[in-house]
Structures are given as C-alpha cells and as structure tokens.
Design a protein around this ligand. Structure first.
Ligand SMILES: NC(=O)c1ccc[n+]([C@@H]2O[C@H](COP(=O)([O-])OP(=O)(O)OC[C@H]3O[C@@H](n4cnc5c(N)ncnc54)[C@H](OP(=O)(O)O)[C@@H]3O)[C@@H](O)[C@H]2O)c1
Length: 252
C-alpha cells in the first residue's frame, strides 16, 4: 500500500479467518483486513512462518497452525475462534498449492513432499470444502465467504490438475451461493493472475510476462484490495461471481 492511500474502516469490528495467511496473498489480505478494523485468525502449516506473520501484522491477529486438508486441524482452528469470539463474519479460504506437471508425468501420490494429484486435490479441493463447511456454524446471517480460485481455472495453462482444482473452486462459489442464500451469506471467488509471491519462481514470472496485457506481475496487496471489497458491504449486492485480479491475462 502506498503512503498516500487512505484505508477506510469498512471492516470495523469484524472477525475473519484467513487460511494460508502466513505468506503471499493471504498475508497481504490479513494486513489489509487489520488496517480496515478486522480481528483476524490466520493459518498455515509452518509454525515459523506463522509466527513471523503474526509479528509482522502486530495487532488484532492470532496464528493457528494447521493443514487445511486435515479435518482435525480445521476443528482445532474453529474451536480456537469459538473460544475467543462467538461468531465469524468473514472467511477467506485461500490456502492452496500449485504443481505444473504436464499430462504424462502426473503421479498418484507424492514422495519427498513433491506435489502430485493427491496433494493438489486434498488441499485445494477437499481442504477448501471442509474449511468452508466447518466454518458455517460460526457464521451469523449476512457474512461473506471468499474463495481463492485462479486464472488457471479458465485458461489452458501449465498444470492441468491445478487448473481443474481451481475450476472446481469457481464452481463452488456458484453452488454455495445457492446453498447459503437462506442464511444471507455471500460467496464469491477471487481469481488472481500472476502475482509476486513465494509460490511462483522468478523464472516462471519472467516467462509469462509477455502474455499479460498490463505487462507486469501483480502484487499481493492488489489482490488483498479486491478481497477486502468482497468482504465488505461495498459488495453487498454481489454474490456467486469470480473477480479476476489478473492484469487482463484471462480476459483476452
Ligand atoms: N501467486 C499467484 O500468482 C497465484 C495465482 C493464482 C492463484 N493463486 C492462489 O493464491 C493462493 C495463495 O497463494 P500465494 O501465491 O499467496 O502463495 P504462498 O505465498 O506460497 O502462500 C500460500 C499460503 O498457503 C499456506 N498453505 C499451503 N498449503 C497449506 C495447507 N495444506 N494448509 C494450510 N495452509 C497451507 C502456506 O503456508 P504453509 O506452506 O506454511 O502451509 C501459505 O501461508 C493459493 O490458493 C494459490 O493457488 C496464486
């Protein structure tokens, strides 16, 4: 965020959970939410990264270590939220993993923590489903759920399994809009393009630059602004959409 940018307090008094909040897009969003007045719970698997993120954010933040593909970890997360607050207003289901294995080299499981089909689907699809489902009892009517999808869900890019997992997430935003309409909970997807985070190598970012109409990679803070919009009342009549923050890459 630039020094001259004024941050409104659109999210004053809200309680939010951000999965994958210890790095990249999730961390930038946690910063933004706190600046806008929210109390945030952030998650990630690596305790060290989580501790660093909590320290960096500095106030109104709690780190809860856990893996979104582990249902017991999700129960622990929401129990922590429940112990400290009686409700949840915003959920940013953002944790995800990427893999660019082309067809022909996809394997069933993973060795040495190399990412393969099991892991992608376990984290990006199963993990996201239960992240949202297990949060529902804590939601009061009128909350906002934002899911991190990707331009990879719409484009024929590298990493078909990753792309398919993100297309599933986009589809969840539509279906859950219907499932949750009686509770007045809005569900939207945000689809980043190429964003400068530890997830993508510098080589990948350089190679792809030519295909981005805006001719630059995005910053996590630019995604965070869109997520804060979807979390706030500024988007009160918006649900079920996919909001691209992609410098135009998936629009041409
Ligand atoms: N960067 C891009 O260009 C881009 C583009 C489109 C979509 N996205 C999506 O944006 C989301 C965030 O990615 P990012 O770019 O910000 O990457 P990042 O900087 O690597 O952050 C990923 C975050 O997710 C956490 N995480 C990963 N697996 C997890 C798991 N199983 N359980 C809990 N937390 C987990 C990581 O912490 P630990 O590793 O400690 O668990 C970290 O906090 C992902 O869903 C990604 O697919 C990114």
């Amino acid at each position: 965020m630039t020094q001259t940018e004024l941050v409104t307090k659109r999210l004053e008094g809200k309680i939010a959970v951000i999965t994958g909040g210890s790095s990249g897009i999730g961390l930038a969003t946690a910063h933004r939410f706190v600046q806008e007045g929210t109390y945030v719970f952030i998650t990630g698997r690596r305790q060290n990264e989580l501790d660093k993120a909590v320290k960096q954010i500095g106030r109104n933040v709690v780190g809860v270590q856990g893996d979104v593909s582990n249902l017991a970890d999700l129960d622990r997360l929401y129990n922590t939220v429940k112990q400290q607050n009686d409700r949840l207003d915003i959920l940013f289901a953002n944790a995800g993993v990427v893999d660019f294995a082309p067809l022909g080299s996809i394997t069933e499981s993973h060795f040495d923590d190399k990412i393969r089909i099991d892991k992608i689907l376990n984290v990006n699809v199963k993990g996201l489903v239960f992240t949202v489902q297990k949060a529902l009892p804590l939601f009061h009517d009128g909350g906002s759920i934002i899911l991190t999808a990707s331009v990879a869900g719409s484009k024929g890019a590298h990493g078909s399994v990753y792309g398919a997992s993100k297309a599933a997430i986009r589809s969840f935003a539509r279906s859950w809009t219907v499932d949750l309409k009686h509770r007045k909970i809005r569900v939207n997807a945000v689809s980043p393009g190429v964003i400068s985070t530890p997830m993508l190598s510098d080589q990948f970012k350089t190679n792809i630059l030519n295909t981005v109409p805006m001719k630059r990679v995005g910053n996590p803070e630019e995604v965070a602004k869109a997520v804060a919009f979807l979390a706030s009342d500024d988007s009160s009549y918006i649900t079920g959409i996919e909001l691209f923050v992609d410098g135009g890459i998936a629009q041409i």
